[in-house]
Design a protein around this ligand. Structure first.
Ligand code: 13P
Ligand code: SF4
Length: 332
């Protein structure tokens, strides 16, 4: 930063810098993107206006694959902290920006690396598979990373005799256990968004829409998944709604995905599965911290930036690359 004005703003935090209300944010973001050779990678749980101007929208696997191959100089990650860290690990020479550094993840927080390291010590002959929703430090303690779209296949790619620790999501872990018949040792973590669906409200919706299909993300609890007509990652669910002959879907995951579902199938009806609170749909408070304004400031000031030590990058990179290699071999 050059000017005293900008240094003052830096001290206050770039995300809250007031923006000239007369500018067209979308136009300016697109101009800055070209000027800086930047790419915007967005997760499906982002606000629809962010999804609409992203260069790539996807699930965690797709976003990692894009981050690994982009030739942009700057990656603006419209998602949460662990996703931007993964992009930095895969493209360490690029500048990786996150519109709001406070965009964390309850699932990632449920697995502090120092506690996981102790947990791991109890199972010295086990291989460690971690769901990508965790810190870079945790990935550095792992043998293979996975996402919700390849967790089952990654476990199945290992010999049946291989002992495995799976973390941090107990719900995804339980789902993988049921699908593969393997006995995984699970870390007891969970996502705050996927654990609060209301069984009662879902039942009421299903009675009101008897022809609707119920589709769910594997981060949901067992009793929710047990009723699902389809279980998959965000991109898996989106693909299902495009290819399925049905017309109405009750969707048990963060509500941001409904934007792409509705865009892809405008004639179909999508109903968010309700949580057990006063809200009608389930928003991730971390994902929703990113706004168009913060995205603009982040591109303009090239801050906040994801910084990781070379040591963490080199240790966390191996298990992520192992996941990408297995996924590429399996055509995922
Ligand atoms: P996927 O988009 O990979 O299914 O992940 C869902 C999620 O919870 C991301 O935080
Ligand atoms: Fe984390 Fe859950 Fe939010 Fe995904 S939806 S970022 S797992 S808190």
């Amino acid at each position: 930063m050059n000017t005293t004005f900008e240094r003052d703003l830096e001290a206050k935090g770039f995300i809250d810098i007031p923006i000239d209300p007369t500018i067209d944010l979308v136009e300016e973001i697109n101009r800055l993107k070209k000027e800086k050779n930047a790419v915007i990678l967005a997760h499906y749980y982002q606000e629809s206006e962010i999804q609409d101007l992203a260069d790539y929208i996807g699930d965690s696997l797709g976003l990692s694959q894009q981050a690994a191959k982009t030739d942009a100089d700057v990656i603006v990650f419209a998602g949460v902290h662990f996703m931007a860290e993964t992009a930095k690990i895969l493209s360490p020479t690029k500048k990786v920006l996150l519109p709001d550094l406070k965009a964390g993840c309850s699932l990632s927080d449920s697995c502090p690396p120092h506690l996981f390291a102790k947990f791991k010590e109890q199972y010295p002959d086990h291989l460690v598979i971690t769901y990508v929703n965790c810190t870079a430090e945790l990935k550095a303690l792992s043998d293979i990373v996975c996402t919700s779209s390849n967790a089952v296949q990654i476990v199945e790619s290992l010999p049946e005799s291989q002992k495995i620790i799976f973390g941090p999501d107990r719900n995804l872990g339980d789902y993988v256990k049921r699908k593969t018949g393997r006995n995984l040792v699970l870390w007891n973590g969970a996502c705050m968004v996927h654990e609060i669906f209301s069984q009662e409200k879902i039942d009421t919706l299903r009675s009101a829409y008897p022809d609707a299909k119920f589709i769910a993300h594997p981060e949901c609890e067992d009793h929710i998944l047990a009723q699902a007509d389809f279980i998959g990652s965000t991109s898996g669910m989106l693909k299902f709604t495009i290819e399925d002959p049905g017309n109405t879907y009750i969707v048990a995951t963060e509500s941001g995905i409904l934007h792409q579902m509705q865009k892809a199938s405008p004639h179909k009806t999508f109903i968010p599965a309700p949580p057990n609170n006063a809200c009608a749909c389930n928003d991730c408070p971390h994902m929703k911290l990113n706004t168009l304004e913060k995205l603009y400031n982040c591109l303009y000031y090239e801050q906040p930036e994801i910084i990781l030590s070379a040591d963490v990058i080199s240790r966390a990179r191996k298990p992520i690359e192992r996941m990408l290699d297995i996924s590429a071999k399996l055509g995922l």
